[in-house]
Ligand binder design. Structure first.
Ligand code: F58
Length: 828
């Protein structure tokens, strides 16, 4: 059948390429007003702030549109390999400023709005950031897609359009209370929904075999399905005219599904079914570091992965594409184990739907996936009970069993009947659960950790059998952060100073920051650098005052710990040190005048079900309340804990910080990425030899980094010999006294029982050895004070941190992925 031919366009405009509005103030004003009038249906004089924000966003979109359409076209016609990044989380942050920056229209937009009698700062303040991620893993995905667009690498990011992102955190009496994050309530100007292009995603049911011309084949007879509606977002490169796509899927009930029930008269049942389907993309799981073994989560994972694979294979590739050549066209990068169900899904598509032989399909699949691991905590490795998998995805479970059988045959061939090893390496655990990290490792062409130390420990401690079995499969790619958002946008003052000093170009070639090194010895540069830092502190003070009514004192060192609240990250270690300093003052051991004035800033969300983490938040707030108001402190110490730490706040806090706290127990933090942002913005790090701290210290130099604590092998030795935290309490009277002060009820109105669970957990268990590292931490903090007292020396170190941190650009991470894992064409 040939499709009936359509009449060809005759109007010259219909055939002309799409063009952008004129990049002038007049052009911008005209487009802005058109969007306000035609897009929002209001006159400027009658517009609300939200109307103006939407019209401004639409205008920026209009400038990007021609490039986007061109890149989408290019991607479809390209013969070369692209990257499909599969991630359950994207912590994007605000879009407006980033997209203005990418187009180079920041100044024009400001002038255009001013010419309309509007203040662009007021308009931009209305944007609600899409918090579609928990923390580092989600933010990393956002940095990576920014870098790929900036480097001109064809990429599509796939994920879930959660209706509710990470919860909004408030404090009530110092305790965390979660509120729903209805980020879409006023609409979302950056997305392009395409309900007409929805994919049908199936679940449940059973499998059966059938005879296909003498060959026995399997097929899946699902029980129910939902629609996956794509929402497209532009991902513009910086000043390069490229725009990639982020495609987030939203779940919608299939019409036929509820209509059947409705026709049979059960309206409520029909609505219930619809709600059930749409729940899939309703809310982001707020767990960090440990996964939730919930059915809905598995539904989410399969939902977005199946939609994404189908999108790529059935829609992006030409219809007649020979799938044996799929590895020449795509690499599916698995952002942790959340998308690993994509492995059996691609097998199902190739074997059941496209009729390929199993072996051929497996060869293709193994080339098309690569897996990034982001953790070292054993409890964080995802497993799915086989009964759950069998109920929700019966065909996938069969496929996983066969993958495992064939893999274990290979293991037997190599090692004989080493049953111990076979049990250790089986994708199916003894209790029948499916170990997703093992499946990813067996299927992936490459497996990478996210910092040198992490990759080493991954090979040696988490997956040693697999490292031995698959030589060359394991590699490292150290994380990075995008300098566009975290230097240029977040720190315009520093960016200007850098450009004035070394010229432009560093923002896409961050190693060029090295050229700043000689200026560390230039007094006038140091002066300029220090005044940028001071201005950033004032800006943060203004933000915190307006946002939360908090006060930041002038002249204080800003000592910052912002990250998810988790015991392994050891916010308690920092808190114990604050308490011990307070204790030293109120007990008269030191006079306030001897204490370096410091403001401690915390930012942290606790997983709603993580009771200990929530108690620690409560304790931080309680300590803050006492320390901040005790006249004996004479204002030398202050503890600030602005609620709801998010990307938007990070962009304010990071450039203002003097000291960056990266104090996890060695061997627990896979990489960290906040650590990189701080170093790039001229904060000095106090940190353990953990994650990417190791590489930061190597690059910036020991003398510009405050190292403390046990190394990973020392941690292992202490654990092996039996760790008794009480021994460390007895050995350090400051520590003992700080713990006693908490136990006495000094921070809980005299009631020592309130924080007893925190204290006793530390003294009796201390699973992350905070007490063992306390003495060393306190000593390192004294060195901090000493250096800070020498302003010139401190500033010199801060400058060297900036100059030597260019390695931590996510552009470099992307180059490493390309060279070591993706083997996509070289970047032009
Ligand atoms: C983080 N993982 C690591 N997981 O903890 C951090 O060291 C690393 O820098 C970062 O990834 C990027 O590589 C992380 O953020 C999660 O948030 C998962 C969310 C879903 C459940 C399991 C944890």
């Amino acid at each position: 059948l040939s499709t009936p031919s359509r009449p060809q366009p005759t109007h010259p405009l219909a055939a002309a390429p799409v063009t952008a509005p004129e990049a002038t103030v007049d052009g911008f004003v005209e487009q802005f007003l058109r969007n306000l009038n035609n897009g929002r249906g209001v006159a400027l004089s009658a517009s609300t702030p939200n109307d103006r924000y939407f019209a401004l966003a639409a205008t920026v979109r209009d400038y990007l549109m021609a490039r986007w359409l061109e890149d989408v076209r290019r991607q479809r016609t390209a013969q070369s390999k692209g990257v499909a990044y599969l991630s359950a989380e994207y912590l994007l942050g605000r879009q407006l400023d980033n997209n203005l920056l990418a187009t180079g229209l920041t100044e024009i937009a400001g002038e255009a709005l001013a010419a309309c009698g509007l203040d662009i700062d007021e308009v931009r303040a209305l944007e609600i950031e899409p918090g579609l991620g928990n923390g580092g893993l989600g933010r990393l995905a956002a940095c990576f897609i920014d870098s790929l667009a900036t480097m001109g690498v064809p990429n599509i990011g796939y994920g879930i359009r959660y209706e509710y992102g990470i919860f909004r955190q408030t404090f009530v009496d110092g305790q965390q209370v979660e509120q729903a994050d209805s980020w879409l309530s006023l609409g979302s100007p950056w997305e392009f929904p395409h309900p007409e292009a929805a994919q049908t995603i199936s679940f449940g049911g059973h499998t059966e075999t059938y005879d296909d011309d003498g060959v026995t084949r399997s097929r899946w007879i699902p029980a129910w399905n939902v629609q996956a509606v794509p929402h497209n977002y532009m991902v513009p490169g910086y000043h390069n005219g490229r725009v990639n796509t982020l495609r987030l899927w939203s779940a919608q009930a299939t019409q036929g599904f509820d209509l059947r029930t409705f026709n049979s008269g059960d309206y409520q049942e029909a609505v219930r079914a619809q709600t059930y389907a749409e729940n899939i993309s309703k809310v982001l799981y707020p767990e960090d570091s440990t996964p939730q073994g919930k059915e809905l989560r598995l539904q989410q994972q399969y939902f977005f992965v199946a939609a994404s694979i189908s999108d790529f294979v059935n829609l992006i590739l030409p219809r007649d594409f020979d799938l044996t050549r799929l590895p020449e066209r795509v690499i599916f990068q698995l952002n942790d184990t959340h998308p690993v169900i994509g492995v059996p899904e691609l097998m199902r598509v190739l074997v059941d739907e496209r009729g390929l032989e199993w072996d051929a399909a497996w060869a293709i699949t193994r080339e098309c996936f690569a897996y990034t691991c982001h953790t070292l905590l054993p409890e964080a490795l995802e497993v799915w009970p086989s009964d759950l998998l069998g109920r929700l995805l019966p065909r996938h479970l069969e496929i996983i069993y066969r993958i495992n059988d064939e893999f274990l045959d290979e293991v037997r061939e190599r090692y004989g009947d080493d049953e111990d090893r076979i049990r250790r390496m089986s994708i199916i655990a003894p209790d029948g659960a499916v170990r997703m990290a093992f499946l990813a490792t067996v299927a992936g062409s490459k497996v990478n950790g996210v910092a040198e130390l992490h990759s080493q420990l991954l090979r040696e401690k988490v997956l040693p059998d697999f490292d031995e079995f698959f030589p060359g499969k394991f590699t490292n790619v150290t994380n990075g952060v995008t300098p566009r958002r975290f230097v240029k946008l977040a720190n315009p003052g520093l960016s200007r100073l850098i450009t004035d000093t070394i010229g432009p170009g560093w923002l896409t070639d961050l190693e060029r920051l090295r050229e700043l090194e000689p200026f560390a010895d230039d007094a006038s540069f140091r002066q300029a650098f220090a005044s940028v830092k001071a201005a950033n502190k004032r800006a943060l003070a203004k933000t915190l005052h307006a946002r939360d009514g908090l006060t930041v004192d002038d002249g204080h060192m800003l000592d910052v710990m912002v990250k998810r609240l988790h015991e392994y990250k050891r916010q308690t270690l920092k808190l114990l040190h604050i308490v011990s300093q307070y204790d030293a003052i109120v007990s008269g051991r030191v006079s306030p005048a001897e204490v370096t004035p410091r403001t401690f800033v915390f930012g942290a969300k606790a997983a709603p079900g993580y009771a200990m983490a929530k108690r620690i938040i409560h304790l931080i707030n309680a300590v803050g309340e006492v320390v901040n108001t005790d006249p004996r402190v004479e204002g030398r110490l202050a503890v600030l804990f602005p609620p709801n730490y998010n990307v938007t706040l990070a962009e304010r806090v990071v450039p203002a910080a003097d000291l960056s706290e990266q104090i996890s127990l060695a061997g627990k933090e896979a990489s960290g990425t906040g650590n990189m942002k701080f170093a790039l913005n001229g904060a000095l790090t106090i940190g353990t030899d953990d994650g990417a701290n190791v590489e930061i210290r190597q690059l910036v130099g020991d003398e510009n980094f405050f190292l403390f604590g046990m190394t990973e092998p020392e941690v292992a030795t202490l654990a092996d010999g039996g760790y008794h935290p009480i021994d460390f309490v007895r050995a350090d009277e400051n520590l003992q006294s700080a713990l006693d002060l908490i136990s006495s009820g000094a921070f809980s109105g005299g009631d020592g029982s309130v924080f007893e669970p925190v204290v006793s957990n530390l003294v009796h268990h201390d699973p992350f050895m905070a007490l063992a590292d306390f003495t060393s931490y306190a000593a390192a903090q004294q060195k901090v004070d000493a250096l800070y007292a020498d302003t010139e020396a401190w500033t010199r170190s801060a400058i060297l941190n900036v100059a030597r941190s260019g390695f931590f650009s996510s552009d470099r991470s992307m180059r490493d992925y390309i060279d070591r894992i993706w083997h996509t064409p070289p970047v032009r």
